[in-house]
Design a binder for this molecule. Structure first.
Ligand SMILES: C[S@@+](CC[C@H](N)C(=O)[O-])C[C@H]1O[C@@H](n2cnc3c(N)ncnc32)[C@H](O)[C@@H]1O
Ligand code: SF4
Length: 375
């Protein structure tokens, strides 16, 4: 007898919103952002952009049979979202009401905050809306590094921000950068900087190696590759000794404090996106979309079955989700064994995950895997 399979509802319970304004443009940054020329008018235009995008987005998701569910994760990234201010939290409150978007009771709601670009009134208004996790763009706790990075804040702003988040017992992550110009010459001590941040009890660190093009102002002052690799491994060892899990290439968390929003990307789940240059993914449709900045319009990328499979592997191996050996041809085992011998991966109950050294070499491992034609 023909069995009728129940249809699994296609829901969206994860949303990213890109806020595209910054007080100043840092010299290394490739994200889409601009400095407002007329703040009131620019924010008004941005709100219009979001409104217009929403109805386009609604058409798209309805066409593919999706509906909104109470959001389990909401991430406001940038740019510098803390500059959106009280006005931003009020706009979003009305926006969600109008479009009947609810936050689940246990929604992880993250707001990116830059030192020197927030105040208590702003934070309180976002907390009232539901923000319960903050990502602080600290980058360095060294005066020289902050200067070379061309940040608009001072080291005092960094300390004051960390102290405030500590004193108010907020759940927050710290963005921290490695491989910075002059750091080898000046013998930057990242462990000392991280120890200082740790005194203010963040629950999470995102640690990025600076990536720039050849025309970068300080290109010839960047440290050597081996020096950066050593810096990365030192940071991983140190944070793991301090009780953090190195659970994704760039991410370290206290147990239970992983970023649920980012885990959705690494598990190739559906994540909706709004805001100029933001990227969303309808997983069941294998459909990626990106908002173009000039006007509320999307460009699409439809993944083939094969591309989706490769992407899923790439995303899963970059986090402790890992890949299940039984999902792959037997021949893959020999490649994995070779990686294991080199201490680049570990295996537990058939699940292969990267070690810190493996994270560092992720791109070269993936290129070995994809060129081996074992998939
Ligand atoms: C979306 S950005 C915006 C965060 C915030 N505006 C700030 O600058 O602090 C998120 C993070 O990406 C990292 N990042 C930005 N540009 C980078 C680059 N060229 N290479 C590596 N990491 C970068 C920084 O750590 C930054 O905090
Ligand atoms: S504040 Fe952040 S998003 Fe803005 S220019 Fe600097 S690095 Fe880029």
């Amino acid at each position: 007898m023909l069995k009728i399979m129940p249809k699994i509802p296609k829901i969206i319970d994860s949303l990213y919103i890109h806020f595209p304004f910054c007080a100043h443009l840092c010299n290394y940054c490739d994200f889409y952002k601009k400095v407002p020329t007329d703040k009131m008018q620019d924010f008004k235009n941005f709100h219009l952009y979001l409104e217009e995008s929403f109805s386009i987005h609604q058409n798209l998701i309805e066409k593919h049979g999706y509906s909104w569910a109470p959001l389990k994760t909401l991430y406001i990234g940038g740019g510098t979202p803390s500059l959106w201010g009280v006005e931003g939290s009020e706009f979003l409150e009305n926006f969600f009401k109008k479009h009947q978007i609810q936050l689940a009771d246990d929604c992880e709601f993250t707001l990116e905050v830059n030192p020197g670009a927030w105040n208590e009134e702003v934070l309180t208004s976002w907390q009232k809306l539901g923000a319960n996790r903050f990502s602080l763009g600290i980058q360095a706790l060294n005066e020289d590094m902050i200067k070379y990075l061309d940040r608009v804040h001072t080291i005092q702003d960094v300390h004051e921000t960390l102290q405030y988040f500590h004193d108010h017992k907020l759940n927050y992550s710290v963005d921290f950068m490695l491989g910075l110009p002059f750091s080898e010459k000046l013998n930057r001590n990242v462990i000392e900087e991280l120890s200082s941040a740790l005194r203010c009890k963040p629950s999470h660190f995102s640690v990025y190696i600076l990536t720039v093009k050849e025309n970068y102002k300080f290109y010839s002052d960047l440290p050597h590759e081996e020096w950066i690799a050593d810096e990365f491994l030192q940071v991983s060892d140190f944070l793991r000794q301090e009780g953090f899990l190195h659970y994704e290439v760039s991410s370290f968390s206290l147990p239970g404090k992983q970023s649920a929003h980012n885990l959705n990307y690494w598990k190739s789940h559906t994540v909706a996106a709004l805001g100029p240059s933001a990227t969303g993914f309808l997983s069941e449709e294998k459909l990626r979309y990106r908002w173009i900045p000039q006007r509320p319009e999307m460009v699409f990328e439809e993944l083939s079955e094969e591309e989706f499979k490769l992407e899923k592997i790439y995303m899963a191996i970059r986090s402790q989700e890992g890949i299940r050996l039984s999902d792959f041809p037997e021949k893959l085992s020999s490649l994995v064994l070779e990686w294991e011998r080199k201490a680049l991966v570990t295996q537990q109950r058939g699940v292969v995950t990267l070690t810190s050294r493996g994270y560092l070499l992720l791109d070269s491992l993936m290129s070995d895997l994809f060129s081996s034609k074992l998939l």
